[in-house]
Design a binder for this molecule. Structure first.
Ligand code: NAP
Ligand code: GCO
Length: 268
């Protein structure tokens, strides 16, 4: 491929963002749209699908919404078939749908653990498996798995999430290994701590008006000295969805303000 700035464009591509009705998924979908892609998004319920359609409409973006649980293999196969019929075979998949349960490990039931792994790890496997045949037929494809700091690090209370996101990093490498020869690139984005509703409980002002101790903990560990914004993730997503990254495969691009590069601030 001869490089030009057009290599970053996504014109004519069909992109599916799971969990794209709001939050990080919605923001990533708007970036893919701006780069030229047609947008399909998924949500876990009909109600959220409708809210998502309203969010896209308010942003002036035509998007196609599909409600289904990403951990339900039969429902996902039907959804992908519908998207292929309505929009054309998917070129770009962002596996963004995810849940977190913050529960100390000794209090966490196996059922809670399994549910997190089901949505955050088995879900991306199921959706990737459903889109891959279409990508193979097209002779190209991009899969982006939304990983986490917890793909590399542990933390108290997030056993299920860390196990799932660590597994997602390895699923990323495995898809690269198995389908790289079919011109399919599978990479991850590992967001650092991003200011979203998912992390709102960790940033909540305390009853006495002081900052949440977790907020201070994160800022102290982040060389950029701030929480990330969803906008910080958009450029990396467009890059990994575009032909500009055709020889980048099996990587996780950490967008973390530098967290993974340091032990944290040394004591005064
Ligand atoms: P969020 O606001 O809670 O959004 C999660 C999305 O996942 C929602 O759209 C939700 O669908 C969808 N979802 C959950 N379970 C689903 C299921 N079974 N089937 C289909 N969709 C399902 O979270 P977020 O902060 O935007 O996070 C998005 C992704 O980024 C997650 O994978 C998360 O782990 C990851 N991440 C977040 C941060 C952060 O700091 N916020 C950092 C690193 C990684 P509904 O529309 O139905 O609600
Ligand atoms: C937590 C946070 C994290 C972030 C993110 C970090 O409880 O430690 O919620 O899990 O959401 O995934 O990259």
């Amino acid at each position: 491929m001869t490089f030009s700035m057009a290599s970053f464009r996504l014109d004519g591509k069909v992109a599916l963002v799971t969990g794209g009705a709001h939050g990080i998924g919605f923001e990533l979908a708007t970036a893919l749209h701006e780069a030229g892609a047609k947008i399909a998004f998924n949500s876990s319920s009909e109600r959220s699908r409708e809210k998502g359609l309203a969010n896209f409409e308010a942003a002036g973006i035509e998007a196609f919404g599909y409600a289904c649980d990403v951990s339900d293999e039969v429902a996902v196969a039907k959804m992908i078939q519908k998207i292929n019929e309505e929009l054309g075979n998917i070129d770009i998949l962002i596996n963004n749908a995810g849940i977190i349960k913050r529960i100390p490990m000794l209090e966490m039931s196996a059922q809670d653990f399994r549910q997190v792994v089901d949505v955050d790890l088995t879900g991306p496997f199921i959706v990737a498996k459903a889109v891959l045949p279409g990508m193979i037929a097209k002779g190209q494809g991009k899969i982006i798995n939304i990983c986490s700091m917890m793909s590399e690090l542990g933390r108290e209370t997030v056993a299920g999430y860390a196990a799932a996101k660590g597994g997602l990093k390895m699923l990323t490498k495995n898809i690269c290994a198995e389908f790289g020869g079919a011109n399919i690139q599978c990479n991850g984005i590992g967001p650092g701590y991003i200011a979203t509703p998912q992390t709102a409980p960790l940033r909540k002002t305390q009853a006495d008006g002081s900052r949440h101790p977790f907020d201070a903990f994160i800022r102290d560990r982040t060389p950029a000295d701030r929480w990330g914004e969803t906008d910080d993730l958009k450029g990396p997503a467009v890059f990994l969805a575009s032909n500009a990254s055709d020889f980048v495969n099996g990587h996780v691009l950490y967008v973390d303000g530098g967290i993974l590069s340091t032990l944290g601030k040394q004591p005064e």
